[in-house]
Design a protein around this ligand. Structure first.
Ligand SMILES: NC(=O)c1ccc[n+]([C@@H]2O[C@H](COP(=O)([O-])OP(=O)(O)OC[C@H]3O[C@@H](n4cnc5c(N)ncnc54)[C@H](OP(=O)(O)O)[C@@H]3O)[C@@H](O)[C@H]2O)c1
Length: 308
């Protein structure tokens, strides 16, 4: 990861559906804990969480599971930057004081004395970026974190944040359906030895192949996908049509569309660990099977062409 000596497997676990009750509906704590335990049982290393997933609740649930396992087997990544005011509204704070306090609070909730990665979850408007990252560098020197990450930063913001060369990982939205935004940044990150962690690799389930032209997603009130361009009616049908083209390729590997999508990310040398979310242990177990797929170069290129 980045300029550290830490290595990590290509398949990780995203946990905004473990305890992220403020972001998603129909979540259940016990199932969430089972998802995390299943990941550990199957040697998944990177577990990606954040304060804002349940305002600490995701971290607490993961902390409970970690107590029953060997902490050192896991590459634990959390994020902070959201400040909760007395009336419950969220704002962003990247000041050294706030980030330092955020790391201490994440450690307490996760019941551990170090984080493998701490990301600044979103940039704030005021704090000089290198100053914010400098605070994380001091936390690294103090042994509280092992690698420094930033998330949702633009390319200019990444350059500013990495002025002293301390940033190891950048986590931004990226999927087969959302490549344009990162077209300039990914080569830059590769060149500068920063690891790129794509988030929402299934574009929030669109790339799992579960939808068809006759069965488009019905988004309930409160579903964040209502605000995403990919899910607006004019684009949705076109996106589902592209995903449909993956079905024969997936079938030729006796795999699901979701597994073939993951296999494509694993074969892409520009990407770091991929952290699909899973609502249930069954979804995760299916995603784990993708690590056995050897995608041919011809199919890798054919898939790239569909989504170019
Ligand atoms: N840094 C950031 O700002 C940021 C932002 C967003 C996410 N993230 C991180 O990235 C992770 C991944 O993003 P995400 O979870 O939002 O989206 P995602 O990985 O694109 O999609 C996850 C969803 O896909 C469906 N799914 C997963 N495996 C499946 C399978 N095998 N078969 C069928 N459906 C399957 C599930 O949908 P259902 O729930 O509908 O069943 C699951 O909730 C998050 O968990 C979080 O850790 C980071």
């Amino acid at each position: 990861m980045g300029k550290t000596k830490i290595t990590v497997n290509r398949l990780g676990l995203g946990t905004n559906k473990v305890g992220g009750y403020n972001l998603f509906v129909h979540l259940d704590d016990e199932t969430g804990k089972k998802v995390v335990q299943t990941a550990i049982d199957h040697d998944i290393e990177m577990i990606d969480t954040a304060f804002v997933y349940g305002l600490g609740h995701s971290e607490e649930l993961i902390g409970e599971v970690l107590q029953k396992n060997d902490r050192h087997k896991v590459i634990l990544a959390s994020k902070g930057a959201h400040q909760v005011s007395e009336d419950g509204t969220l704002s962003l704070n990247n000041t050294p004081e706030f980030l330092t306090k955020s790391v201490d609070e994440s450690l307490r909730r996760l019941q551990t004395d170090y984080l493998d990665v701490f990301y600044i979850h979103f940039p704030d408007e005021d704090t000089p970026k290198a100053e914010a990252v400098g605070a994380l560098q001091r936390l690294r020197e103090a042994g509280k974190i092992r690698a420094i990450g930033i998330s949702n930063f633009t390319l200019d913001q990444v350059k500013e944040a990495n002025a002293d060369g301390y940033v190891d990982l950048v986590e931004n939205q990226y999927s087969l359906l959302q490549q344009k935004e990162m077209a300039e940044m990914i080569p830059y990150l590769n060149e500068q030895h920063m690891t790129f962690v794509p988030y929402e690799p299934f574009a929030g389930a669109l790339l799992t192949g579960r939808y068809t032209q006759d069965n488009l997603p019905h988004l309930e009130e409160g579903d964040y996908r209502l605000n995403i361009d990919l899910y607006q009616s004019d684009q949705l049908k076109k996106n589902v049509a592209k995903v449909d083209l993956l079905k024969p390729i997936a079938a030729s590997y006796h795999a699901t569309v979701a597994q073939i999508v993951l296999a494509w990310y694993f074969k892409n040398p520009k990407l770091g660990p991929v952290i699909p979310g899973a609502r249930t242990p069954e979804q995760l177990l299916s995603n784990i099977k993708a690590t056995d797929i050897q995608l041919s170069t011809a199919d890798y290129e054919a898939i790239a062409k569909i989504f170019a």
